[in-house]
Design a protein around this ligand. Structure first.
Ligand SMILES: *Cc1c(COP(=O)(O)O)cnc(C)c1O
Length: 566
């Protein structure tokens, strides 16, 4: 391809395969596409209301840009592409639909899909009136596509080939060499659409870097799965700029609602991406444990290798398997309707608790209390945003991220010594100081523990003493439903690891207050680090004893109070 100035530049030849009236029509020019909102204009051009719809609303009265600039910048950085090579859509699903509508003439054109695969390709084709040509994945070769068979199946009117890697629902990846070969085979004739929805989970590299070399390659990515944002509807297509420009003509003028754009920007902050990365790794680790455990389940005949956040299993009887799960309110997806997948079931990798529920369903165990004593609290103020989950009936996972390393370590001590699972993340105004973050985390944790304890049947009152070298701390705790804190201790230092020492008493005050507990803490020592650590450990130990519940069901246990209510 010759590279020249934009106006004399030779069109990507694949565009000649697009629907001709879409190619030649002018793009709709919406009010907001002409003048950018951030340049200080007074907008009297779109019949919007001059006022916000409610007090506290920001920007909801105005039409958003078709491709909001802030999101665009972050998405380009995320996928390492330039903005002319990417179109933001309402999920990868919408990108699939737009590709069909851009390239396939109803009643004339066809697409190639490789079943068993994601059903939306055929769905979108059918809606558009395009014929669907099926070239099955090779069952004997780990469900990989048969490039020679695809080549043989392509007709004059074939416009798009869909490949999915990792493939949903079989879980395997497509070789990059096969993708390249297919692009060459289809050059100037058909688009090769590579759906990389699950690529973040796989060890395979993305092919987004190949778009400059392959004018007919389109890559689909999404925030729905690995970025945990299915509810936002945020996906993209990545391709050469002519294809992208064509797709934007079909895309609605305002597809990304303003609050959605704001949410996407929050997801793509470096700190949150690091958090998501850890959760993703934890999901993959869990997948391996789930596979091992599935091998012990009666009726499981084959587990297909997976590179994604789900597993496909072949069972003796899929209908019975799914019904067994459903009885315990666990929903898995029967794939028996798909080509070559009789009695196959797709299982997503959920949380540790979710998978526990799955296995107790599969083993036909009595559902104890489905979720155990657990709570999930989201607490948001102007200073902090906190997400905390506790489960008192399991010891893992423990994951804490407050932005203050030492405080993370201390809260971890409470969970570890308390013997409960705690996942707490906080995004706080640490640029001001640690105060809000430290206090608000304690408030949220206390509230979560209180909620998880429920009616406190089967719990006890307890105390604990922990020595740490020269330091000694005693914590006595009564989950009495009434707040009282007595804190006796003076730390020799001002701060330890970013945690102001005078906040330690505040932490226990907030915890006890929100837990509605009576708590006495006495700590002595010479080393502030040891003293603080001893407080958190002893508190965890006392909490463990106080929250302990014997194996009896809640109904059979007694409340450890003569009043019958704590
Ligand atoms: C879930 C899924 C999608 C849909 O992604 P959205 O971005 O949520 O529309 C696309 N492709 C495959 C293979 C999927 O499994």
């Amino acid at each position: 391809m010759t590279q020249t100035t934009p106006d004399q530049r030779i069109e990507n030849p694949i565009l000649l395969r697009a629907r001709s009236h879409v190619r030649t029509m002018a793009a709709y020019s919406s009010a907001r596409s002409l003048y950018k909102a951030d340049e200080g204009y007074i907008f009297l051009d779109a019949n919007e209301c001059a006022y916000e719809p409610y007090i506290g609303s920001v920007g909801n009265n105005r039409y958003p840009a078709q491709q909001p600039a802030g999101v665009m910048r972050k998405i380009c950085e995320l996928y390492d592409v330039s903005s002319r090579n990417i179109v933001l859509t309402r999920g990868a699903d919408e990108a699939i639909d737009i590709l069909l509508r851009s390239f396939c003439e109803a009643g004339e054109d066809s697409v190639v899909i490789c079943p068993p695969t994601f059903p939306m390709y055929a769905q979108a084709a059918t809606i558009q009136g395009a014929q669907v040509i099926e070239v099955p994945l090779r069952e004997s070769k780990n469900f990989t596509p048969d490039i020679a068979a695809i080549r043989a199946a392509i007709q004059n009117h074939t416009k798009i080939i869909f490949l999915c890697t990792p493939n949903n629902p079989t879980g395997g990846v497509v070789d990059i060499a096969d993708i390249i070969e297919l692009c060459d085979i289809c050059a100037g004739h058909a688009l090769v659409v590579v759906d990389e929805t699950y690529i973040e989970y796989a060890h395979q590299k993305t092919v987004t870097g190949l778009i400059e070399s392959y004018p007919n390659l389109v890559v689909l990515r999404t925030l729905s799965k690995a970025y945990a944002a299915a509810g936002l509807r945020a996906g993209v297509a990545i391709a050469q700029s002519d294809i992208i420009a064509l797709m934007r003509k079909i895309l609605a003028p305002y597809p990304i609602p303003q609050p959605v754009a704001a949410e996407i920007e929050k997801i793509l902050t470096p700190k949150n991406m690091a958090r998501l990365n850890e959760l993703r790794q934890a999901t993959l680790d869990r997948r391996e444990r789930v596979i091992e455990e599935l091998k012990t389940i009666e009726g499981v005949e084959e587990i297909f290798p997976s590179t994604a956040n789900f597993i496909l299993v072949r069972v003796r009887n899929a209908e019975e398997f799914c019904a067994r799960c459903l009885q315990h309110k666990v929903i898995v997806r029967d794939q028996s309707h798909q080509l070559n997948l009789k009695n196959c079931v797709r299982i997503s990798i959920g949380s540790e608790e979710d998978m526990r529920a799955l296995f107790s369903a599969l083993r036909g165990e009595q559902a104890v209390t489905v979720k155990g004593r657990s709570a999930h609290i989201v607490r948001k103020t102007l200073e902090t945003a906190i997400d905390v989950r506790v489960n008192l009936d399991q010891a893992t996972p423990i994951y804490i991220s407050t932005g203050i390393g030492f405080y993370d370590h201390m809260l971890e001590q409470i969970a570890k010594h308390g013997g409960f699972s705690l996942v707490l993340s906080c995004e706080g105004d640490l640029q001001i100081d640690a105060h809000h973050t430290v206090e608000d985390c304690a408030i949220a944790l206390g509230a979560a523990l209180k909620q998880a304890l429920g009616d406190k049947r089967g719990i006890e009152r307890y105390g604990f003493t922990v020595p740490m070298d020269e330091s000694l701390c005693t914590v006595s705790l009564d989950l009495s439903g009434r707040f009282y804190l007595a804190f006796d201790g003076e730390f020799p230092d001002q701060t330890v690891g970013g945690l102001p020492c005078d906040m330690v008493e505040h932490v226990f005050r907030s915890l006890a207050e929100n837990l509605q507990a009576n708590c006495h803490i006495a700590v002595k020592g010479k080393n502030s680090h040891h003293m603080i650590e001893a407080c958190f450990k002893a508190f965890g130990r006392a909490l463990r004893q106080a929250m302990k519940r014997d194996a009896l069901t809640q109904e059979q246990s007694d409340l450890p109070s003569t009043k019958g209510l704590l």
